[in-house]
Ligand binder design. Structure first.
Ligand SMILES: CC(C)(COP(=O)(O)OP(=O)(O)OC[C@H]1O[C@@H](n2cnc3c(N)ncnc32)[C@H](O)[C@@H]1OP(=O)(O)O)[C@@H](O)C(=O)NCCC(=O)NCCS
Length: 117
């Protein structure tokens, strides 16, 4: 039989996923979206992240996508700088008090790169 759980009994992880969902921006059907990008710490700063993004851009264009986008937290200024160097711009930003309180990351910037028509 289904039971109604009080909110405080929900595991924190579920609360956090729900909160993340609330501040995530929608992705248009003809956009290519990078859900997550992470290089193992010992391999960071060797050009792998750049290569993966550039490969994704080629794939996105082959698929006929209009643009490519990803999310980066307000506090991740180094990653944002990398994406800006690669031609990405902040298209929208969103946060909530709870998201910031839980993550200390501020909020999420949606960064986008449009392909030439
Ligand atoms: C961000 C990340 C994907 C870049 O990949 P990479 O292979 O390390 O990057 P590259 O060697 O191609 O380019 C170097 C640039 O990446 C960025 N970068 C490097 N290490 C980083 C780190 N730990 N956190 C955030 N950005 C980082 C910087 O802009 C760096 O340039 P700089 O040295 O002039 O500051 C990778 O460092 C990573 O997985 N970081 C931790 C997780 C993360 O921040 N993911 C991005 C969330 S969208």
């Amino acid at each position: 039989m289904a039971k109604i759980l009080p909110l405080k009994k929900l595991p924190n992880i579920l609360m956090n996923v729900a909160d993340l969902t609330r501040i995530k921006q929608d992705v248009a059907m003809d956009d290519y979206y990078i859900l997550s990008l992470s290089i193992a710490p010992e391999w960071q700063n060797h050009g792998l992240g750049t290569a993966l993004i550039q490969d994704s851009e080629i794939e996105a264009q082959e698929l006929g996508c209009r643009s490519i986008c990803l999310d980066v937290s307000y506090s991740n200024t180094r990653a944002r700088a990398l994406f800006e160097r690669l031609g990405y711009r902040v298209a929208a930003s969103r946060t909530s008090d709870r998201f910031h309180a839980v993550t200390q990351a501020g909020g999420l910037h949606r960064m986008e790169k449009r392909f030439a028509e």
